[in-house]
Design a protein around this ligand. Structure first.
Ligand SMILES: [Zn+2]
Ligand SMILES: [Zn+2]
Length: 361
């Protein structure tokens, strides 16, 4: 029995081809027949050769929704036919890291799908530790759209856990999100659900600023190529009524870094108020300057992280009760036989005004 899958064949080489359907390998595995999948920025990094540990022949993808096709004898929470959401992080559920909600560091899991083992850009995928790595979504039928659901595999938990929760956003906070691409947009959707006082989005792309405001509800967009960001934020915080939060420094309570380059990290440290939190979500390829000489006395917190996906159940509830809506992150739809085309569109996201693709089987 064979199936179609998107396979990594070394840097720059992808192949859409027939491969064998996965089988149960351990008693805690489940095999899922996928109904939808998507592409992540990390998949593009793999094709660029930035993630050398990925072996040639690996099926990529770590996001998806589908139905349980087969279960191992020790799977207790799922049965054949259940509709499930695949978490981007595989969790054994019992190791020291899983117990601390640091599932991305799970001793026998973490980010393994489409990385160390075959992933979800295929008609079927094998999920280890199914009881802790899948979520039953039957009860959200009719309440959470498939588009929103697919965004809760990875995009939303990343924005929520590493952006909003690490930023410790409380009602009324002034929040700046630096970067309005995919990561910034999902952080924005998550941040919005915590009812901050003011959301400022900073990005050099006017179109992205427009989308951040019109589609995802940011209050203000700042283009750093046109104005001085620190000055602009100072004016904003001073004039906009954000209550006691309009602090003496006219800086922000929370700065979310959603790009991953030295300039955007700098912006965060330049605009953070005393007691503020910098939450780094961006994937960095080189060192940044940390201005500890200015910041040591400012009582700020700097948080970094890789998504752990522990907030998926909470996000499903939030979306089902209309307190957050990530469906707008899906900008392009394809069928699975258009997998190559979807990679081309997502690969040039800014030109194609693409945030996330929805690939239906
Ligand atoms: Zn991802
Ligand atoms: Zn674990």
């Amino acid at each position: 029995m064979s199936m179609k899958a998107l396979v990594y064949n070394g840097p720059g080489k992808r192949e859409f081809k027939q491969v064998p359907i996965p089988k149960i390998e351990s008693s805690k595995d489940a095999v899922i027949k996928l109904e939808a999948t998507t592409i992540c920025g990390t998949d593009l990094h793999i094709f660029k050769g930035d993630v050398p540990e990925v072996k040639e022949g690996t099926i990529l993808g770590h996001e998806g929704i589908g139905r349980v096709h087969e279960v191992g004898s020790d799977v207790t929470k799922f049965k054949v036919g259940d509709r499930v959401l695949v978490a981007c992080i595989t969790a054994c559920g019992s190791c020291v890291y899983c117990k601390k909600n640091l599932q991305s560091h799970c001793l026998d899991g973490g980010w393994i799908l489409g990385h160390n083992i075959n992933g979800t850009q295929a008609e079927y995928t094998r999920i280890p530790y199914a009881d802790n790595s899948l979520h039953n979504v039957e009860k959200y039928e009719g309440k959470v759209s498939d588009e929103a659901l697919l965004m809760i595999s990875d995009a939303m938990p990343t924005g929520n856990e590493i952006g909003a929760l690490n930023g410790q956003i409380t009602e009324g906070d002034v929040v700046a999100i630096v970067g309005a691409g995919g990561i910034g947009s999902s952080a924005l959707v998550a941040v919005k659900s915590f009812n901050p006082g003011l959301i400022i989005v900073i990005d050099p792309d006017e179109e992205r600023l427009r989308v951040a405001k019109e589609k995802f509800g940011a209050d203000v967009g700042i283009n750093p190529t046109k104005v001085d960001v620190v000055e602009e934020i100072s004016k904003l915080v001073a004039t906009v009524n954000v209550g006691e939060r309009a602090n003496l420094t006219n800086k922000v309570d929370v700065a979310i870094e959603a790009v991953g380059i030295p300039q955007t990290f700098d912006t965060c440290q330049n605009i953070i108020a005393p007691g503020g939190r910098i939450a780094n979500v961006g994937v960095h390829g080189k060192a940044v300057n940390f201005n500890i000489q200015d910041l040591w006395s400012q009582n700020i917190t700097l948080a970094t992280g890789l998504v752990n996906a522990y907030s998926i159940p909470e996000l499903l509830e939030k979306v089902a009760s209309n307190r957050a809506d990530p469906s707008g992150l899906v900008t392009h739809k394809f069928t699975f036989d258009q997998m190559e085309e979807s990679y081309e569109t997502f690969g040039d996201a800014s030109k194609n005004k693409c945030i996330k693709v929805f690939v239906k089987f």
